[in-house]
Design a protein around this ligand. Structure first.
Ligand code: T4K
Length: 400
């Protein structure tokens, strides 16, 4: 994106002196974090299933109501480990409308990700399309709870059971969310969370696997620690998926502010809803009020013919005003390598994914964003849409 300011020609001053990013981390109580880090240093126990990791795992099991939580260094490695622990091979059905890590975790192990289209209403895996993609080589399905909105878990579980497939959920977006009143983390054979800095609840870098399957949990614990079952005794191929104590200290501190992070996100979401309500061509993704959500994603679908500008033109305008809005998950995994070379015609089977990747705009939220900021973002979008022909002409001339 270039950094020119189309709206400057309309006489507006630059809206934000400092960049307002999507993905700005939420930081909990600094003193509590520093105290934990000091204790950790005094203890000289920095990683390898230390006391903070164990405390975090027990807390998450209690909060989610799940039997096993295994903390990990990040969600990508967690996905890789669960995929191996479930003995997936051949082909696994995944959405293309996801972060590239979901597909890479399979391909890394020479398992073919078979890209399936999403339901345009929910942005999650469409169970009807899943069924059509099952072949004799299919061993599993990975659903992604995009924006923390649960997949159609019931339909996917029914297919998985009937066709004898493993079912895994990438719940990277969905910590603190529920499906049918039950916490995400309890579904399928296992679920994987991300606690990356950009997630509303973070551990700097981190993730976790949750499952109610005792044998699977035991296997995953071994695999994340090189396959060690005891001192000098390796019984399995494994890797290093361990979470450090510093990450667990951050996660435990974040956990203490969980409710306030969600309250801030929810208030921001409501402010966005009111601010964007009258803008033509901008449809805010709403959350089911009967379920819990973390409200971390402020997602707008841009309808070019109504707004007069397309998503990328609006992003240019926002970036020029220092609002670092983002496309998600553009252009779709199927258009990235190596998948594009493997399946050059995949787009023909993914019309809703293609449309969403072109339409979705994600706006900043979290504790770094307040209602005044949202009002300003609304003003920017409103004036861009009101002056769409001028903005478009300006951008077509290279934004100079
Ligand atoms: N599955 C799904 C569905 C996922 O969304 C993800 C991760 C995963 C699996 C894998 O989880 P992890 O292995 O990461 O635990 C970011 C994150 O790195 C990634 O965690 C996240 N999804 C993905 C959607 O976004 P990038 O490469 O786009 O990040 P980057 O550096 O461009 O930063 C994003 C924005 O956040 C920028 O506007 C800057 C801001 N930011 C970022 C960081 C790290 C900050 O303000 N402060 C920060 O410390 O991948």
């Amino acid at each position: 994106m270039n950094n020119t300011r189309p709206l400057a020609i309309l006489g507006a001053a630059q809206a934000f002196a400092e960049p307002l990013h999507v993905g700005r981390p939420n930081i909990g109580d600094r003193e509590r974090l520093m105290a934990r880090l000091n204790d950790m240093l005094d203890r000289r126990w920095l990683t390898n299933n230390g006391p903070y990791v164990q405390e975090l795992e027990r807390n998450l099991e209690r909060i989610l109501g799940v039997k096993h939580c295994i903390a990990m260094c990040n969600a990508t490695v967690a996905l890789e480990i669960v995929i191996r622990a479930l003995e997936l091979k051949g082909e696994v059905i995944v959405p293309s409308f996801t972060f590239i890590a979901t597909a890479h975790a399979l391909q890394w192990q020479e398992i073919t990700p078979v890209f399936c289209d999403v339901d345009p209403a929910t942005h999650t895996l469409d169970p009807y399309r899943v069924e059509e993609l099952i072949t004799p080589r299919t061993t599993g399905i990975i659903g992604v709870h995009v924006w923390g909105r649960p997949c159609n878990i019931k339909a996917l579980a029914e297919i998985a059971q009937r066709r004898q497939l493993k079912l895994l959920f990438d719940a990277a977006h969905a910590f603190g969310c529920t499906a049918g009143g039950r916490h995400i983390g309890n579904f399928g054979d296992a679920e994987v969370f991300s606690f990356h800095a950009t997630k509303f609840f973070n551990a700097f870098e981190g993730g976790a696997v949750t499952t109610n399957d005792d044998a699977l949990a035991a296997k995953i614990r071994l695999m994340k620690n090189f396959g060690f079952s005891g001192y000098d005794n390796v019984i399995y191929i494994g890797t290093n998926g361990k979470m450090s104590e510093a990450s667990a200290a951050m996660a435990l501190t974040s956990l203490e502010s969980l409710d306030s992070f969600i309250a801030t996100n929810r208030a921001n979401h409501e402010t966005y809803a009111a601010t964007l309500a009258d803008l033509p061509g901008l449809k805010l993704v709403r959350y089911d009020g009967t379920e819990r959500n973390n409200y971390q994603y402020v997602v707008v679908e841009v309808n070019e013919s109504q707004a007069g500008l397309n998503r990328d033109e609006l992003i240019k305008v926002l970036h020029a005003e220092n609002v670092i809005a983002r496309r998600y998950f553009y252009p779709g995994c199927h258009r990235m390598e190596p998948y594009h070379s493997f399946f050059p015609h995949a787009r023909l089977l993914l019309p809703h994914t293609e449309a969403l990747a072109d339409r979705v705009l994600v706006l900043p939220t979290g504790t770094a964003v307040n209602s005044r900021d949202i009002g300003t973002i609304g003003d920017i979008l409103s004036s861009a849409i009101a002056n769409a022909p001028v903005v478009r002409a300006h951008e077509e001339q290279g934004g100079q």
